[in-house]
Design a protein around this ligand. Structure first.
Ligand code: PLP
Length: 433
């Protein structure tokens, strides 16, 4: 694609100093953002269907979030919130306890990212069960630090150079029904992928009492925006309850209204014993949280901590973010605009053979491209092309999983902007098809 002069210059400079292992998906050099619109350094505007990987749920630079940050920056930027106290950290913890699923006593630990929230979840469940084994799901993404990486299994490249990762992770297939790992059909399969844990893992690989936790995304994000059948998640929850194995629900990507409910687990009626959060929590300021049943987050003082977690500025942004989501009914908007987008994408599926699957809840929508509907051969090159050509036409998209494209605009997006973005996508798709 022909790049604007300024974009080209910045990319050249970036390529000289930034780590070579960063895999950029498209040559967007962003400089400004408002709502669902992003502007690049050459002044070109784009509709954003990526939300900075599901982060800016309140839209880019929401005035109330900006105001809260400005106010806090002038008062106190940092204090070390695990050594001292800070009112906003307490207020935010109280709010998270209130809005997260589960009518039980909870405790909160603040982090700076999704992977750190998962690290905390791994540590507290290990300590609680006095065991180290953990069950995760193929295609799952939980971060890239050495603990969470052990369970992450999105792409082999993410783990390739780092062996041995943290030991004792067992991976089982997720309910990716479009590409069932057992080549079964739903619902005749009776969610064998969930039952496999009890029937195979517990009989042949690990006694249930040796497992410290089961870690799962209610909708796989990086794995391809995969929505599992409800029974899959309820069966996982029942296994966790039957054997008293804590269930860690990773809502780093699916949380804060993204799916048309405040948390994706609410669609499926599951409640994690531990919940991991980040991304949209503070509208783009680095902040994550691990929210847990009180009895599980019960380690001696000093066992875990950090420098920046619960930072006053991020906490102010997070409180403003939750307020905006509630006041502006962004969860309802995600459900409404999401429905429209899914039905438009399903219409496109009837026209373009290259679309193999359209799935999603709210504004967490995945479109899987295939070379052939029968063989389901992944159309990986075409995904790259669609993303690049869409950018050229003014639409920001991100890939996911084997050969999917995610549609995850900010939750403030209106129907007209969503429709305009979909028109660009359809034009690009028509050319490629
Ligand atoms: C479900 C999930 N968990 C954890 C992470 C890791 O988050 P971070 O990149 O902030 O470390 C991600 C990131 O995409 C994610 O989608």
């Amino acid at each position: 694609m022909t790049l604007g002069e300024e974009s080209r210059k910045w990319i050249e400079r970036d390529e000289k100093v930034m780590a070579k292992f960063i895999a950029r998906v498209s040559p967007l050099v962003a400089i400004e953002g408002r709502g669902a619109i992003v502007k690049d350094v050459d002044g070109k505007e784009y509709i954003d269907f990526s939300s900075g990987i599901g982060v800016v749920n309140t839209g880019h630079c929401h005035p109330k979030v900006v105001e809260a940050v400005k106010k806090q920056v002038e008062k106190l930027i940092h204090i070390a919130s695990t050594d001292f106290y800070h009112p906003l950290q307490v207020e935010l913890a109280e709010k998270l306890v209130e809005i997260t699923p589960g009518e039980f006593k909870k405790r909160v630990f603040f982090t700076n990212s999704g992977t750190e929230s998962v690290e905390c979840a791994i540590k507290i469940t290990r300590n609680y069960r006095k065991r180290s084994r953990i069950i995760g799901f193929i295609g799952g993404f939980h971060g890239r630090t050495m603990g969470s990486l052990a369970i992450t299994s999105g792409k082999s490249i993410q783990r390739s150079a780092f062996s041995p990762v943290m030991p004792e992770a067992i991976h089982v297939p997720y309910a990716y029904c479009y590409r069932c790992r057992y080549k079964l059909e739903y619902p005749e399969c009776d969610v064998w992928c969930a039952k496999y844990i009890e029937e195979v893992v517990f009989n042949h690989l690990s006694l249930p009492e040796d497992v410290s936790a089961i870690l799962i995304e209610p909708i796989q994000g990086e794995g391809g925006y995969i929505v599992p059948p409800k029974e899959f998640l309820s069966e996982i929850q029942s296994i966790s309850e039957r054997y008293s194995i804590p269930l860690i629900v990773d809502e780093v990507q699916s949380g804060f209204g993204r799916t048309g409910k405040m948390f994706a687990s609410e669609h499926f009626g599951i409640v994690g014993d531990v919940l991991t959060l980040a991304k949209a929590l503070a509208s783009g300021l680095p902040m994550g949280a691990c929210v847990s049943r009180e009895e599980i987050m019960d380690m001696p003082p000093g066992t875990h901590g950090n420098t920046f977690g619960g930072n006053p500025v991020s906490a102010a942004a997070a409180l403003a973010t939750i307020e905006v989501i509630e006041e502006e009914k962004l969860v309802d908007n995600a459900a409404k605009v999401g429905e429209l987008m899914i039905s438009r994408l399903r219409e496109m599926m009837e026209k373009y053979e290259i679309i193999g699957d359209v799935r999603g809840l709210g504004l967490m929508i995945g479109v899987e491209l295939v070379k052939d509907r029968e063989s389901k051969e992944p159309a990986k090159k075409e995904v790259e092309e669609v993303i690049l050509n869409s950018l050229k036409e003014g639409l920001i998209l991100l890939p996911a999983g084997i050969s999917s494209i995610r549609f995850a605009p900010p939750l403030v997006i209106d129907e007209e902007t969503a429709e305009n973005g979909l028109e660009i996508f359809e034009r690009v798709l028509a050319e490629i098809s």
